[in-house]
Design a protein around this ligand. Structure first.
Ligand code: G3P
Ligand code: CA
Length: 257
């Protein structure tokens, strides 16, 4: 099974001679975000990991979805947490992107984790700041335990109490802190949260911060460079992982050297 440990990530990065590619909500530039179609496309495009977001249905099942509400990405309305899994899975989560994807459903986290393990693909699970975040994290720990998938996931959040709590509960599982800004001491920020990795928005990455993170035994995975110019910047800063909506573009850029 693949692992998200720093040493494994760094070894794979060295083997490949380039940063690892993380498919942001799958390959959301080409397919409806956080759907199986999007994850499958990202995998076909050759990513080394996928990123997704999770919420709880009314009946306590973890589902993969970005927003707390349904309007933007489905033909449903209102709060996701007000509907049961059965009700959520009646919704169309593909047509908002294109009629080509009509019929795509909101997947469960279990469905994605099982599929990802079958493809040796680590899953980076983002926990949004949510009034229900503690219950969401507890449900995710229980699910990952049941699937024996602890080596295959990373728990990340802008809410740094999430990785901090997870690290206390499951010290061996991988964690990361998300942020969009340039803290005076990013490594200290990650250290205080007990995080294995730093996940800044690409815009705030600087090579000296990456070097300081490496010196402290932490990896850096930046997110959301989507244009070739943005990707070139991220590559020039020597990050370990890049999360993008367009994994194919990043591969093309890497081939060009
Ligand atoms: O991987 C981090 C990134 O996904 C955070 O922002 O809004 O796309 O979930 P967002
Ligand atoms: Ca996310």
């Amino acid at each position: 099974m693949p692992s998200m440990a720093f040493s494994d990530l760094m070894r794979l990065k060295e083997q490949l001679g380039r940063p690892l590619i993380m498919g942001h909500r799958g390959a959301m530039g080409h397919a409806p975000e956080n759907t199986m179609a999007s994850f499958q496309l990202a995998q076909r495009m050759g990513v080394e990991a996928i990123e997704l977001d999770v919420h709880l249905s009314r009946d306590g099942v973890l589902v993969v979805h970005h927003d707390e509400t349904l309007e933007r990405t489905t033909n449903g309305q209102g709060e996701l947490s007000a509907l049961t899994l059965a009700q959520l899975q009646e919704l169309d989560a593909g047509r908002h992107f294109s009629s080509e994807f009509a019929g795509e459903r909101i997947p469960t986290l279990e469905e994605v984790l099982v599929w990802a393990r079958g493809h040796a693909l680590p899953v980076v699970i983002e926990f949004k700041r949510n009034l229900n975040v503690k219950a969401i994290v507890q449900a995710a720990i229980a699910l990952v335990e049941r699937l024996e998938a602890g080596d295959n996931v990373a728990f990340i959040s802008f809410d740094h109490f999430v990785p901090a709590g997870l690290k206390q509960a499951r010290p061996d599982w991988c964690t990361g802190v998300l942020y969009a800004g340039r803290p005076i001491d990013s490594v200290e920020l990650a250290h205080k949260a007990g995080a294995d990795g730093l996940l800044p928005n690409f815009y705030f990455v600087e090579k000296d911060m990456v070097e300081a993170a490496h010196a402290a035994g932490k990896w850096v995975g930046c997110w959301a460079p989507n244009t070739p110019r943005e990707m070139a910047y991220a590559l020039s800063q020597d990050v370990d992982m890049i999360g993008t909506n367009f994994p194919d573009r990043l591969h093309d850029l890497l081939k060009q050297g």
